[in-house]
Write a protein that binds this ligand. Structure first.
Ligand SMILES: [Ca+2]
Ligand SMILES: [Ca+2]
Length: 161
């Protein structure tokens, strides 16, 4: 079972790093007992702002993501693509891209790829809209394929203003 949680904007992720998920029953079939174990959910903030300068931009964050998913590593990912006001080192930025892997499957086909997910993010960050984002870039097995859904998904992980 997969459960998606939306974390309230009122939560300061610098202070709150985890929360307990508790389970209780509302109905019990006769002859059965309910047993539950609480789950500690780690809160991880994620956005497309890999270089941490407060904005997600095409020629920095978007370009670095597509390079990473083309298989580049280390400074080949970040060369000439880090925002001048980024507080992060090259290694830290690559770690941020890796940490965002869980959100990076934009078309929800089970894998993150340069010419689908990363390309759509890059197009969005260049300011394209609608089908201009998704044209020939949605994987054949995508579970998220409409340009409306994909644009909304990308917007959901834009860094907070
Ligand atoms: Ca950025
Ligand atoms: Ca994908």
């Amino acid at each position: 079972m997969n459960i998606a949680f939306d974390v309230s904007d009122a939560i300061d992720m610098d202070i709150t790093t985890e929360t307990s998920i508790n389970f209780s029953h509302s109905a019990l079939a006769s002859g059965y007992q309910f047993e539950s174990e609480s789950y500690n959910l780690e809160l991880v903030s994620a956005s497309w702002d890999f270089d941490g300068n407060g904005q997600a931009d095409a020629l920095t964050d978007g370009l670095m993501m597509i390079r990473y998913y083309f298989g580049l590593r280390g400074e080949s990912v970040t060369h000439m693509a880090i925002a001048s006001d980024s507080p992060f080192s090259s290694d830290e930025i690559v770690a941020e891209i890796e940490a965002a892997h869980d959100i990076a499957d934009i078309d929800d086909d089970g894998k993150v790829e340069a010419l689908t997910d990363a390309l759509m993010l890059l197009r969005y960050l260049f300011g394209l809209e609608g089908e201009m984002i998704t044209n020939l870039a949605v994987g054949p097995n995508a579970n998220r394929s409409s340009h409306e859904a994909i644009q909304a998904y990308i917007e959901g992980y834009m860094p907070a203003m």
